[in-house]
Design a protein around this ligand. Sequence first.
Ligand code: NAD
Ligand code: ZN
Length: 267
Amino acid sequence: MRNFSEPTLREARRIIHDAQRIAVLTGSGMSSESGVPTFRDAQTGLWEKYSPEQLATRDAMANQPALVWSWMLHQARVMRSVTPHEGHTTLGRWQKHLIDTGGSLDIITQNIDDLHERADAEVLAHLHGTTFTFRCFECNAPSDYELEDATEEQLEARPELDQLVLEDPPNCRDCHGGYIRPDIVMFGEFLPQRAMDDALEAVRVADVALVVGTSNIVQPAASLPIVASAAGAKVIEINPSETPLSQDADVYINGTARTILPELYSQ
Ligand code: NAD
Ligand code: ZN
């Protein structure tokens, strides 16, 4: 069923048609149709006992290292096992086209997966880090830990995460005591300054900010569409559920990333 209206889509296409500089802000809804659940979708298994906000913290890692590490590893394995969808590949083609014609399409993502990159799109800013590089929890030294391909059994634990087989995190070779963790931003930690600076610069110069699959409540990422709008950009939002941004967006499209992005750009 098409639950978005044609006039809304036409209005978005009209705005996009003249845009040379587009900033695309993506959240976990961008990846959900590839098979990576958003946090708010994942209400089963482990989530009955712990919320992601409780697990992805420094305190939780210090107090329950095996649980937190095993959960993060599981997430990383799921992300590696899935493939980008048409929404991701559309952004890859669109970015190439705009660059070839003197414009830009800057992707700013809150996602810690690499689905944009695997769809041949360059990501300007990973605001919440990435789950595929690792460092020491204590001394921050980069780690050469490499994620192995998941076994069928490991992947089948999804989504009943209470089936997780707990593993202890490896130890750092530099300080010998610290646990290894992925390079993601845990709740309560600061965002990488460089990524945030790049994101702010991109939204300030954008003609259009395209906001896809984010609930627009996690700060400071949620402020980026507002900065874009204040600097003169038109804001187009794609999300099957309304968010605090929807009322203020120039165009709110009630639909999913996989369906709508190819409708907006079809070259
Ligand atoms: P979030 O708060 O941004 O919420 C997800 C949003 O996506 C919701 O507004 C939902 O309505 C929307 N959505 C769901 N399906 C969609 C679809 N098919 N198309 C478009 N929009 C859709 O994100 P969260 O899940 O609460 O996660 C919080 C943080 O946790 C993220 O910012 C990220 O750092 C991390 N996280 C990352 C991933 C990933 O990398 N794939 C997955 C889960 C969580
Ligand atoms: Zn260390």
